[in-house]
Write a protein that binds this ligand. Structure first.
Ligand code: ATP
Length: 382
């Protein structure tokens, strides 16, 4: 994207776009039904800078590996780079009026491209020059889809549906405390719906079970290249793990549609539900436990003899941790790893690092062909 000079309206402070007074007003747009979490990432070569919104959780690979998002086919060609007003971008009137009060009436180029794309529930990477308006490019669509739901959110919280926890609809991970505070300032009146914090703080809340992200639809990684750097590895891992709940639910749903009794285990469940899920799995009432890496850590179910990796572990250490759930105390067990053809080399690398032999299979038109060659589906026997 090319550099866009902000119109000469003076600077917009993020706090100036908060619009608590309109929260209770009905907005003609209606609530969205999507329950997707949006990873918003990017990378920033040269003078380009990226606002979180960069792919999943980087490239399609990263996205898959972190297991956050279900993707839709992008129609980036149709992105309206030439729109003239915020109205044409599909933002609600209340938001447009507030922007106009701040002297902001013409979207920048990056906003023209990003706003409608995010509003259509696509995952996006926003990469553009400094000062080109990337913050509003992701905030505006989020605000426009969250505000209409505010009544619903506060109602369900007060009903106690969420066990006293607040339903979060968007998580913004910001690099520095200052940046976090700057964004939080703009959003504080929407506090129940949006959480803004540094990786450390958000990971801390997540580990303490205080992040109620069951209905979370947006995950923004602001300055994504930095956030995904080695420095923040542990915290980001915790955050991204936290956000794959929807995927786990989908898997349970699909298994049950095939008449396979399954149950889920993850941090978004209450303590009681977690222990009841595990109990059901341990006593054989359900045969399949669908879980994520964090919740699987340390699980000790002696009879468990099959581990299916629906996505690739990040490295061989994580592979070993997952595989360690089966074949305990000298028992036999099988690890089945499902991956794309282009990921086979990663599996090969782990095979080498771990010193195990994996049989490779190919899955073609619903049929599995077991072969020894490099194929997209790998099976390894412990
Ligand atoms: N459509 C607009 N019209 C006028 N001013 C705008 C518009 N969008 C954003 N601004 C203002 O432009 C300035 C830069 O915006 P912003 O901080 O989002 O840029 P950025 O691309 O995120 O920059 P950086 O990469 O340095 O973080 C801010 O003061 C913001 O208020």
């Amino acid at each position: 994207m090319s550099q866009v000079e902000p119109p000469n309206h003076g600077s917009l402070t993020l706090s100036s776009v908060s619009f608590q007074s309109e929260v209770d007003k009905p907005i003609n747009k209606g609530g969205k039904s999507s329950s997707k979490v949006k990873p918003l990432l990017g990378s920033s070569p040269g003078s380009l800078k990226s606002k979180g919104i960069g792919k999943h959780i980087g490239s399609s690979k990263k996205k898959k590996a972190f297991g956050i998002v279900e993707r839709k086919k992008q129609q980036i060609n149709a992105a309206p780079f030439a729109v003239k007003s915020f109205t044409e971008l599909g933002l609600p009137l209340v938001l447009i009026e507030r922007l106009e009060k701040e002297g902001i009436s013409v979207p920048t180029e990056v906003q023209s491209a990003a706003v409608p794309t995010i509003l259509q529930n696509h995952d996006v990477i926003i990469q553009s020059y400094t000062g080109s308006g990337k913050t509003l490019a992701y905030l505006l669509p989020i605000l426009s889809s969250i505000v209409p739901l505010m009544n619903k959110v506060s109602k369900s919280s007060s009903d106690g549906d969420s066990g006293g926890k607040i339903g979060i609809e968007a998580v913004v991970v910001a690099l520095s405390r200052e940046l976090g505070m700057q964004i939080e300032e703009a959003l504080k009146k929407n506090k129940p719906a949006i959480v803004v914090g540094t990786p450390g703080r958000i990971a801390e809340l997540s580990a303490a079970g205080k992040l109620w992200t069951h209905g979370c639809r947006y995950l923004v990684l602001d300055e994504v290249d930095e956030l995904l750097s080695f420095n923040f590895r542990e915290d980001m891992h915790q955050i991204l793990e936290h956000n794959n709940t929807k995927q786990l639910k989908d898997v349970v749903f699909k298994l049950e549609a095939c008449r396979m009794k399954a149950t889920e285990l993850h941090g978004d469940l209450g303590k009681l539900t977690r222990s009841s899920s595990l109990k059901k799995f341990k006593n054989g009432e359900v045969r399949v436990l669908v879980t994520n890496e964090l919740s699987a850590r340390g699980l000790d179910v002696a009879e468990c003899d099959l581990m299916v990796n629906l996505d690739l572990p990040t490295d061989s250490t994580h592979y070993a941790h997952r595989a360690g759930r089966i074949g305990r105390l000298g028992r036999d067990g099988t690890v089945l790893t499902i991956c794309e053809e282009y990921e086979v080399f990663i599996v090969k690398k782990m095979e080498k690092q771990l010193g195990v032999t994996m049989a490779f299979c190919n899955f073609v038109e619903g049929k599995m062909l077991v072969k020894q060659e490099e194929k997209a589906l790998s099976t390894s026997r412990k």
